[in-house]
Design a binder for this molecule. Structure first.
Ligand SMILES: Nc1nc2c(c(=O)[nH]1)N[C@H]1C(S)=C(S)[C@@H](COP(=O)(O)OP(=O)(O)OC[C@H]3O[C@@H](n4cnc5c(=O)[nH]c(N)nc54)[C@H](O)[C@@H]3O)O[C@H]1N2
Ligand SMILES: Nc1nc2c(c(=O)[nH]1)N[C@H]1C(S)=C(S)[C@@H](COP(=O)(O)OP(=O)(O)OC[C@H]3O[C@@H](n4cnc5c(=O)[nH]c(N)nc54)[C@H](O)[C@@H]3O)O[C@H]1N2
Ligand code: SF4
Ligand SMILES: [Mo]
Length: 792
C-alpha cells in the first residue's frame, strides 16, 4: 500500500533505531508528493460509489465475510452501522448501507491484526512517524497492552493486571476530580450508562465527550430556545416537507443516505436550498448506488438553490432571510408571519421583529457574501413553504458565534410557525452513530439535577454536584497538572482535539493514559508516564456473555432507539465488550464501596437496560420495546407541539452579527472531512467528489486570492494561524485552486488541528472553532525559524 508518505513501508525486524528514544510525534508526517487534482465531481453516488465501497470491503477481508457483513448493516436483526447517526428508513431494502458505511464496516471488520509481536517490532516513537492511514491499515488490536514507565515499546499484560493498574492510579489521586473520563460517540447506551454511573460513584463529573467538539452548540442553542437539546423531526417528516434547507453540512460524504431522503423529496417537488462555502457534490446531483435503474444516466438534481455563503457568514444570511420575510409580510400581510402560533407559543417576538427590521441589506451582503437577490429568492421559498425542515452540521457548530447562529435558525422556524407539525422542524444532523444516545445516558460534564437524584435513589450514593470539565477544560487541566489520569472510552483524543501540540504536551504530563479502542491510533502514541490500550469488541462482532449472546442499543439522530447485534467472530479471543470493560474496571476501583452488582449486570445486558429504564425518562419497558422491529422513539416535547422550556414557550432571541477582523493577507480557514475518512480514521487518500486524489495536506483557495498572495497551484506553503497575539504553524501544505469564496480557505481535519487555538471556542458551548481559524500563508521554507507546532 503506497500512501505517499515518506515513512511508508513494512515493519523492520526488531527495530532498535535511535528514534526509539526521541519523544513520539503528535502530528502526522508531511507528504513527499503533491496530490493529483481534477475537476469537482458533478454527480454523487452512482457506479463510482459502488466500486469504492466494494474495493474497501473486499480489500480488507475475504468475500464471504465481507458479503455477510454488508447484508447485516442496519437490518432489523443486524448491527447498527458504525458510521454516522443518520436513521434507518422504516422499510428496509436488502442492502441498507452507503459507500461510507461500507468503509466503516471494512475498517472495523478487517482481517489484519495488531498483535503483541507487532508491538515488539515497533517502538512507540517509530510508530509515530507513520501516517494515520498506515496506522489504521495495520489492523485490529488483539491484546491488552501496557507501556511501562520509561519503556519504548508496548507489551502485553492480563486484563486483571490492567484493571489493577488503573485502580492503583485512580486510588492514588488526591481528589476524584484529578481523573478525566472521555467518551467518543460509538459507545453503546449500555456501556455509556454503566460508565457514567461508575465515574460518578468514583466521585467526579469529569465526563468530556466528542459532543463537546461537535453538536454541543446545537444542544446549547436548542435547550435555551425550545427546551430540548435535540432535533424535532423524524425521517417521515422528509416525505412531507415543502422545503429543506441544508446548512453547513456535506451529506454526500458524511451522511450519504440522507441523499436518498433528499432525492425522494426532490422528485416530488420539494425545494432544496443549500448554504455552504463549497458547492458540495452530493447536493448537486445524486444517483442512488443501490437503485440499479438510476445508476446510469444523469441522476436526480437536488438543489433548487445554492447560496455560496462565506465562512461564518451564516448569521448575516439568516438575518437577511428574516429581514426579507418581514418585507414579504408587509407586501402580503397575514401570509408570512405565523401570528397565532407566535402569540400562543412563543416569547420575545417584538424585540426580534424590531431587530430584524433594523438590519440593513449592506450588513447582510457584506457579512454573508451572498447577493441580496439570492437571499430574497431563498426567502420566497421559505415564505411559500408551509413545511420546512432545517438541517445543519459542523459548518454551523464550530464557530465563535455558533450558538447564536443556530438560534437564528430557530427564530426563522418560529417566525413561520414551523416546529411541532408534520413535515417541518429542526434537524441538527448528528455525527457519530450513538453520540446522541451517550448524552441521553448521562455522559455529560454538566449533569442535570434529576439525573443525580435518580442515581442517589437507585444506587444509594451521593454523586458530586459540581460540574465537571469539558474537552477544552480537560486539556488545560492536564497541562497544568490538575488532571493526572486520562481514560478514553473510544475515540482519538490527541488528533480530534484542537491545538495538537498543546494537547500532546497535556497528555505527556499525565501519570496514566488509557484508551479503550478497536484500532491503533495516534492517541496511543503520545502518552502519560504509563499508558494502556484496552482492546474491545466492535459493532460488527458477536458479543457472548455468561447468559448467552447479547445485543446493545443505540439512539439515532432523530431520537429512535434500536438494537444492534454483531454477527461475525471477534477479531481476537482476548477482546472484551465495552460494558464488560467498564463493569470490571468499576468493580476493581470501587470494590465494596458500590452496591451496584457490576459483574452480574454484564452477564446479561437486559439487567443494565432495566436500570436504564428506572433512571432515564422515556425508557419505560425498555427491554420489551427495544425488541420490537425498528425500536421506539423517545419523547420529544417540541415535536409534539409542547415546548419544554421553563416558561413552556419557545423563545425568539436577538443577536448582534459577528465581526471577525482579517488583516491584509489573512484568510478565514475551515477544517473539513474528505470523502475517505471517518474523523481521525483515514480510509484512503482521495477526496473523490472534490477531485483531489492521493494527498491530504492541501489548502483550498480561491484563484483570486492565490493571485493576490502570489501563490501558484501545487505550490508548497506553510500555514500560520493567528489568535490573540499567538502564532501556530503547520508545515508543507499544497495549494489547490478551488471554487471557494474570496477570503476563505479549507484544509482537512486532523492535519490542520495544530492550527486551532485551544482558547478559541464558541460562546456558551465552548466548542473549538475548527471552522473559523484566521490564517496566513508563506511559501514553504520561509517560516523555518519557528519549530513545527510551536506557539510563538
Ligand atoms: N464518511 C464520514 N461520515 C461522517 C464523518 C466522517 O468523518 N466521515 N464524521 C461524522 C461526524 S462525528 C460528524 S459531526 C459529521 C460531520 O458532518 P459535516 O458537518 O458534513 O462535516 P464537515 O466535513 O466538517 O463539513 C462541514 C460542511 O460545512 C461547510 N462549512 C464549513 N464552514 C461553514 C460555514 O461557516 N458556513 C456554512 N454554511 N458551511 C460551512 C463545509 O464546506 C462542509 O461542507 O459526519 C459524521 N459522518
Ligand atoms: N479541526 C477539526 N477538529 C475536529 C472536527 C472538525 O471538524 N475539525 N470535528 C470534531 C468532531 S465533530 C468530532 S465528533 C470529534 C471526533 O473525535 P473522536 O470521536 O475522539 O475521534 P474518532 O476519530 O471518531 O475516533 C476514532 C477511534 O475510535 C476507536 N473506535 C472505533 N470504533 C470503536 C468502538 O466501537 N469502540 C471503541 N471503544 N473505540 C472505537 C478507534 O480506535 C479509532 O481510532 O473530532 C472533532 N475534531
Ligand atoms: S448514512 Fe451513515 S449510518 Fe447510514 S449506512 Fe451510511 S454511514 Fe452508515
Ligand atoms: Mo462529530
Amino acid at each position: 500500500m503506497d500512501d505517499g508518505s515518506r515513512n511508508a513501508g513494512g515493519p523492520a525486524a526488531e527495530r532498535t533505531s535511535a528514534l526509539a528514544r526521541t519523544p513520539p510525534r503528535a502530528q502526522p508526517p508531511e507528504e513527499a508528493r503533491g496530490p493529483s487534482v481534477g475537476p469537482i465531481a458533478t454527480v454523487a453516488g452512482g457506479v463510482p460509489a459502488v466500486i469504492s465501497a466494494l474495493r474497501h470491503v473486499y480489500g480488507e477481508m475475504d468475500v464471504v465475510r465481507g458479503t455477510k457483513l454488508l447484508l447485516k448493516v442496519n437490518q432489523k436483526e443486524g448491527f447498527d452501522c458504525p458510521g454516522c447517526a443518520w436513521p434507518d428508513p422504516g422499510h428496509r431494502s436488502m442492502a441498507e448501507f452507503c459507500e461510507n458505511g461500507a468503509k466503516a464496516v471494512a475498517e472495523e471488520a478487517m482481517s489484519a491484526r495488531v498483535t503483541p509481536a507487532f508491538f515488539r517490532q515497533w517502538s512507540v516513537a517509530d510508530l509515530s512517524l507513520q501516517t494515520d492511514h498506515w496506522l489504521g491499515k495495520q489492523g485490529r488490536l488483539t491484546h491488552p497492552m501496557v507501556l511501562r514507565e520509561g519503556a519504548t515499546h508496548y507489551e502485553p499484560l492480563s486484563w486483571d493486571e490492567a484493571f489493577a493498574l488503573v485502580a492503583e492510579e485512580l486510588r492514588a489521586l488526591d481528589t476524584p476530580d484529578a481523573a478525566s473520563f472521555y467518551t467518543s460517540g460509538r459507545t453503546s447506551n449500555e456501556a455509556a450508562f454503566l460508565y457514567q454511573l461508575f465515574v460518578r460513584q468514583f466521585g467526579t463529573n469529569n465526563l468530556p465527550d466528542c459532543s463537546n467538539m461537535c453538536h454541543e452548540s446545537s444542544g446549547s442553542a436548542l435547550n435555551e430556545t425550545v427546551g430540548i437539546g435535540k432535533g424535532t423531526v423524524t425521517l417521515e417528516d422528509f416525505d412531507r416537507a415543502d422545503a429543506i434547507f441544508v446548512i453547513g453540512q456535506n451529506p454526500g460524504t458524511n451522511h450519504p443516505r440522507m441523499l436518498s431522503s433528499l432525492e425522494a423529496a426532490a422528485r416530488r417537488g420539494c425545494q432544496i436550498v443549500s448554504i455552504n462555502p463549497l458547492p458540495e457534490t452530493g447536493l448537486n446531483r445524486f444517483k442512488h448506488p443501490q437503485d440499479v435503474l438510476h445508476l446510469i444516466g444523469p441522476g436526480t438534481a437536488l438543489n433548487t438553490l445554492f447560496l455560496q455563503v462565506r465562512i461564518n457568514g451564516d448569521a448575516a444570511l439568516l438575518q437577511g432571510l428574516a429581514k426579507a420575510l418581514f418585507e414579504l409580510e408587509d407586501a402580503r400581510p397575514g401570509t408570512v408571519v405565523a401570528r397565532s402560533f407566535i402569540d400562543d407559543q412563543t416569547l420575545g417576538f417584538d424585540a426580534y421583529a424590531a431587530h430584524m427590521r433594523a438590519v440593513t441589506w449592506e450588513d447582510v451582503e457584506q457579512g454573508s457574501g451572498v447577493p441580496r437577490a439570492q437571499v430574497i429568492a431563498a426567502a420566497e421559498i421559505l415564505a411559500r413553504s408551509e413545511r420546512t425542515i432545517y438541517c445543519w452540521a459542523m459548518g454551523l457548530t464550530q464557530h465563535r458565534n455558533s450558538v447564536a447562529c443556530i438560534q437564528e435558525i430557530v427564530n426563522l422556524a418560529l417566525l413561520r410557525g414551523g416546529i411541532g407539525k408534520p413535515g417541518a422542524g429542526l434537524c441538527p444532523v448528528r455525527g457519530h452513530s450513538n453520540v446522541q444516545g451517550d448524552r441521553t445516558m448521562g455522559i455529560w460534564e454538566k449533569p442535570p439535577e434529576w439525573l443525580l437524584s435518580a442515581l442517589t435513589r437507585e444506587f444509594g450514593f451521593e454523586p458530586p454536584r459540581h460540574h465537571g470539565m469539558d474537552v477544552v477544560e480537560t486539556l488545560h487541566a492536564m497541562h497544568d497538572g490538575r488532571v493526572k489520569v486520562f481514560f478514553a472510552l473510544g475515540g482519538n483524543f490527541l488528533s480530534a482535539t484542537p491545538d495538537t501540540e498543546f494537547t500532546a504536551e497535556a497528555l505527556r504530563r499525565t501519570r496514566l493514559t488509557v484508551h479503550v479502542s478497536t484500532k491503533l491510533n495516534r492517541a496511543h502514541l503520545v502518552h502519560g508516564r504509563r499508558a494502556l490500550i484496552l482492546p474491545c469488541l466492535g459493532r460488527t462482532e458477536r458479543d457472548v456473555q455468561a447468559r448467552g449472546p447479547q445485543f446493545v442499543t443505540v439512539e439515532n439522530s432523530m431520537g429512535v432507539v434500536s438494537a444492534s447485534r454483531g454477527s461475525v467472530a471477534p477479531a481476537s479471543e482476548h477482546l472484551l465488550s465495552e460494558p464488560v470493560i467498564v463493569a470490571r474496571l468499576a468493580s476493581a476501583v470501587l470494590g465494596a464501596r458500590s452496591r451496584v452488582p457490576w459483574l452480574s449486570l454484564v452477564e446479561d445486558y437486559d439487567g443494565i437496560r432495566e436500570l436504564i429504564a428506572r433512571v432515564i425518562p422515556g425508557f419505560d419497558d425498555f427491554n420489551r420495546r427495544v425488541r420490537e422491529p425498528g425500536g421506539f422513539a423517545l419523547p420529544n416535547g417540541p415535536r409534539e407541539g409542547r415546548f419544554t422550556t421553563k416558561s413552556g414557550k419557545a423563545h425568539f432571541t436577538v443577536h448582534a452579527l459577528p465581526r471577525i477582523k482579517l488583516e491584509p493577507g489573512q484568510l478565514l480557514m475551515m477544517t473539513i472531512r474528505t470523502h475517505d475518512q471517518f474523523n481521525t480514521t483515514v480510509y484512503g487518500l482521495d477526496d473523490r467528489y472534490r477531485g483531489i486524489r492521493n494527498g491530504r495536506r492541501v489548502v483550498l483557495l480561491h484563484p483570486g486570492d492565490m493571485k493576490a498572495l502570489g501563490l501558484s497551484a501545487d505550490q508548497l506553503v506553510d500555514l500560520s494561524s493567528h489568535f490573540e497575539g499567538e502564532t501556530r504553524l503547520a508545515r508543507a501544505f499544497r495549494v489547490v485552486p478551488y471554487n471557494i469564496p474570496r477570503g476563505c480557505a479549507a484544509t482537512y481535519f486532523p492535519e490542520a488541528n495544530v492550527l486551532v487555538p485551544v482558547n478559541s471556542f464558541a460562546e456558551k458551548s465552548r466548542t473549538p472553532t475548527s471552522k473559523s481559524v484566521v490564517i496566513s500563508l508563506t511559501p514553504a521554507g520561509e517560516s523555518r525559524a519557528l519549530p513545527a507546532g510551536a506557539v510563538a
